[in-house]
Design a protein around this ligand. Structure first.
Ligand code: ADP
Ligand code: MG
Length: 448
């Protein structure tokens, strides 16, 4: 009893106009999906929210009154049509297209930030002016579906959102591709979204990022970052392409630097280039033979080159020229005359560092020993040279220029016991070029 009393005090009378019963009989009609209902052979519009629902209809003084069936409230009135088959519309029942577009634009701005939103909408308008509204709604739906992944607003604070936006785009196509026709988002437009978003103000500076790159020893990226960014933005390159640009830039600059260093370390006595070599003068070797060497298979296969011939026929020129090309191709090269080499080894041997010296020489991919055989060597020198040749054998490549034929080497070394194994190791896996002809120096002198 007590409970009933308490409850009753909270109760309100439930009397709506509908429940009171109409003074005029009310009929119910279904509103179709275009927002129209049929009444006595004519059609009348109902507010958009009633699309597909039923509404009450009654006639009072030549006026058709539409009511909400639940609340009984009047929702629209139309003058009754006298004719048949006419459609009577109330403008208010249809949303203004411009207002709808403005709403969609605002909603997109809401999702990705006003600035980016405005840019994106402008882009859509430019590319699909005739289906602008449908595109907007498709894009909005797409962005809304991925809202949690999208940019945090109001401003972008890190570079992270860029990748998030890209994620959205990468994931989205499968989900939204199947929308028909004009409601399918235009992907050429949407794929530019990361770019559009990237232009948003970020409180992160190029200098900051550059110093981070420097921190991980990517100095070339750090140095060129501003230029690379400007270029990428101008060309609107994709994220992946830009990632590749960065790493390629760093690699290329490193290579360039290494090559410059390697050229310095190679200690070429003069700058001789293969391009300057005159094959009309030197006919005992062809350009083709030399060019075949420039794939540097011989270095990769640890083979040797031997240029044999009298003075002035271009042996040193060819050796330096090939050496320079090898440096350009990224190999480590050392040029030395046989004399300097023997002296170096001798000095090292006296200091008890022969082994270290040989190890140091082994670091080069290609060792050019010029003018081997021009001068006699003592026993120790021959032994040192043998140690070196032995260490390089089938491990590194050597280019030798010499005026002596192999048969004469024993005589040159004064000791066949060492000469034979040295020659043996040098000419095993080697390309031998016997150069002949007139000395280039003499020819030039004569011409002068
Ligand atoms: P080698 O080492 O055989 O004694 P070099 O290579 O030192 O001869 O050549 C002597 C000089 O003549 C160098 O200045 C070299 O550049 C030049 N020379 C030799 N042959 C040619 C050639 N075929 N074309 C252009 N220059 C040459
Ligand atoms: Mg020479």
């Amino acid at each position: 009893m007590r409970y009933e009393q308490d409850e009753r005090s909270h109760m309100r009378p439930y009397l709506t106009p509908a429940s009171l019963g109409p003074q005029v009989p009310v009929e119910s009609r279904k509103v179709d999906k275009t927002g129209l209902l049929s009444w006595h052979a004519n059609k009348y519009s109902a507010p958009m929210v009633y699309q597909g629902a039923r509404v009450g209809v009654r006639v009072e003084d030549g006026t058709l009154i539409l009511t909400d069936l639940e609340t009984g409230q009047e929702i629209a009135r139309h003058r009754l049509s006298q004719g048949k088959g006419t459609i009577i519309r109330n403008k208010d029942h249809y949303r203004d297209k411009a207002a709808r577009i403005a709403d969609l634009e605002a909603a997109i701005g809401e999702l990705i930030g006003d600035d980016a939103g405005a840019r994106l909408c402008a882009l859509i308008k430019a590319t699909s002016p005739r289906i602008y509204k449908d595109q907007l709604s498709a894009v909005k739906r797409l962005l809304a579906a991925h809202a949690p992944l999208l940019l945090p607003r109001p401003a972008v604070t890190t570079s992270k959102p860029m990748s998030q936006t890209q994620n959205v785009l990468l994931q989205a196509p499968t989900k939204h591709r199947h929308l028909p026709g004009r409601h399918c988002v235009n992907w050429t437009v949407m794929l530019r979204l990361p770019l559009i978003c990237r232009r948003l103000p970020m409180n992160i500076s190029i200098e900051q990022v550059a110093s981070q790159y420097r921190g991980i020893r990517c100095n070339h990226i750090a140095k060129g970052l501003a230029d690379l960014l400007r270029e990428a933005e101008a060309n609107e390159v994709s994220y992946l392409a830009f990632a590749e640009v960065l790493v390629a830039h760093e690699q290329q600059q490193r290579n360039q630097r290494r090559i410059t260093l390697n050229r310095r370390k190679a200690r070429f006595p003069v700058d001789k280039r293969l391009a300057e070599f005159d094959y009309r003068h030197q006919t005992t070797i062809t350009k083709r033979q030399v060019n075949q060497l420039l794939d540097f298979r011989f270095i990769d296969e640890r083979a040797n080159l031997v240029f044999i011939g009298p003075p002035g026929v271009g042996k040193t020129h060819l050796a330096i020229g090939i050496g320079q090309e090898a440096v350009d191709a990224g190999y480590k090269v050392l040029f030395t005359t046989a004399l300097a080499l023997v002296e170096k080894l001798e000095l090292a041997e006296i200091k008890g560092e022969l082994k270290q010296q040989i190890t140091a020489l082994q670091k080069f991919d290609l060792l050019i020993i010029d003018e081997l055989g021009y001068l006699p060597m003592n026993r120790q020198a021959r032994y040192n040279l043998f140690q070196l040749v032995n260490a390089l054998y089938e491990y590194r490549s050597v280019i030798i220029t010499t005026n002596k034929e192999f048969t004469a080497w024993g005589e040159f070394f004064h000791d066949d016991n060492v000469a034979v194994p040295i020659v043996d190791r040098l000419i095993h896996h080697s390309h031998i070029f016997m150069l002949g002809g007139e000395s280039y120096r003499l020819k030039q002198k004569r011409q002068r």
